[in-house]
Design a protein. Sequence first.
Length: 371
Amino acid sequence: MKINHMAKTFGSLALAIVALTASIGVADEERDRALMTPPAVLDSNRASATDLLDPLAELRGSTSISRDNLAALGEAQDGMIVAKVEIPKGEGYEATISSNGQGLLVELGKSELDANGEPIQNPDGSSKRRTLTRGLVVKKGDILGKQQDDELVQERIVAEQELVVAQKEADKMLEIEVAEAASLVAQASYKRAEALNKAVPGSVSPEEIQEKKYDWLRAGKSVDKARYDLEVNKEKVKVASARVRAIDVQIRNRKFFSPIDGVIDDLFVNEGEWLREGTEVLHIIRLDKVLISGAIPESQYAPEDVDGKEVTVYASRRGEQAYELTGKVVYVRQLVESEHYYFYVEVENKKTESGYWVLSPGSLVRVKVND
């Protein structure tokens, strides 16, 4: 009896799984059908900004649209094209800041700078800074944190002292002056011995004359060596100066600078953590200017018909009025995919009355190429 009861239980469970699988399959089919169905034809004579976005309402609420779906959604009807707001990599719209070397993360915050652009120091030697949070607005060049650099700072002090010594050696002319004076004395001694030997033949032996001549030649070579040493010392100044600059670069690399204007989108580490080289610290995105990508049918447009043209972008936010923004097509790909060209529009974003950006990455909009 127990075996029969267990069999019935497993049978009921199997039927339930089959039914659930079937319902999921139906949901997937409905989603795919929605993605592949072109938007309804619009009447351009009466279409308002809200009307232009109505065909996207169901899609925005039901699924996310990948780039590969844009060709299916982007059928040009009355000049209206479905497009997607993006943050492309490598074009200055986003940046991930990573550590340049291993070390302790001693500061994580937006440093306050003085009139010379240097971080303002607290009494304890740390930088005066504002805590980083998601959504914090940053500017290009802002210092957002740093790794420990005490050892590098001490190395720089030593390098600076070596540079001072090298500069003094390079400025020292005393050895050349002494060598020149010794050369003059040796020359005078040789000339005097020669003159004396001419006046009184045999008064100075030939060996002594040769010795005095050698002393003169050796003194002349000493002058050359002193001059050579001076040139070497000048090159040592360049080496010492380069070492100081190299340490400055290492110290700078321990700081985290914002490479773009934007907002902090994500933080990956905490102050006090030990970072390895390449550890991601934070992510910044730019929202005041965004890129919109869409697909235009090859049968209706040629790339030159769209490239460089002004466009109107229609967007809306839930519960708010529709917005119209202007942009410009900055690039049209020459590669045809699924009988479409992909194009890219750069748009100056703007904020709503509530302070949020109208265009958000990943959202769908409609684009009309202006005549």
